[in-house]
Design a protein around this ligand. Structure first.
Ligand SMILES: Nc1nc2c([nH]c(=O)n2[C@@H]2O[C@H](COP(=O)(O)OP(=O)(O)OP(=O)(O)O)[C@@H](O)[C@H]2O)c(=O)[nH]1
Length: 136
């Protein structure tokens, strides 16, 4: 049998935005792939773009805010049934702008320890663990 073809592998930057001791979670919209699960806002890194540039672009596009991108957390790779994703998380702060939902169904500001109570995209489990672990 011929080897199975490698599945699509995407590279996604995502923002853990801290504000006043809370963290921003965003619920994916009905029209997005993987609808209604919670995620850290962000998106696919485009050719010629650094993950940090990608995040500043995506946060302006998706939520209408300018962010300052801080420390990088460990990247996480996850195999979904039809594609593989590597997530590049960064701890961020808001610089200016008011949040407007252009794609997401909802946002929530949660205390860090309350984040695991949401239904997250499957790839995000290790990000939550790493983020909560490095705060201890
Ligand atoms: N932004 C973000 N994406 C995540 C997270 N976790 C996770 O599995 N993903 C997946 O990474 C991909 C991000 O791509 P995206 O948001 O730019 O694109 P999309 O799939 O909505 O758009 P598309 O349908 O045009 O491909 C999605 O498949 C999303 O489900 C996360 O915490 N943040």
């Amino acid at each position: 049998m011929p080897p199975a073809p490698l599945q699509r592998h995407i590279h996604v930057a995502c923002a853990i935005i801290e504000h006043g001791g809370l963290v921003l979670a965003a619920r994916r919209g009905e029209a997005m792939s993987m609808p209604l699960v919670w995620e850290f806002p962000g998106g696919k890194i485009e050719a010629g773009e650094t993950p940090r540039q990608c995040l500043r672009r995506e946060l302006m596009e998706e939520l209408g805010i300018a962010i300052s991108v801080g420390a990088a957390l460990e990247p996480v790779t996850h195999d979904y049934p039809s594609f593989t994703v590597t997530l590049y998380p960064f701890v961020c702060t808001m610089e200016r702008g008011e949040i407007t939902l252009h794609e997401h169904a909802a946002i929530a500001w949660l205390a860090p320890e309350a984040l695991p109570s949401l239904e997250w995209a499957a790839a995000d489990g290790p990000i939550l663990e790493n983020y909560l672990g490095q705060r201890r």
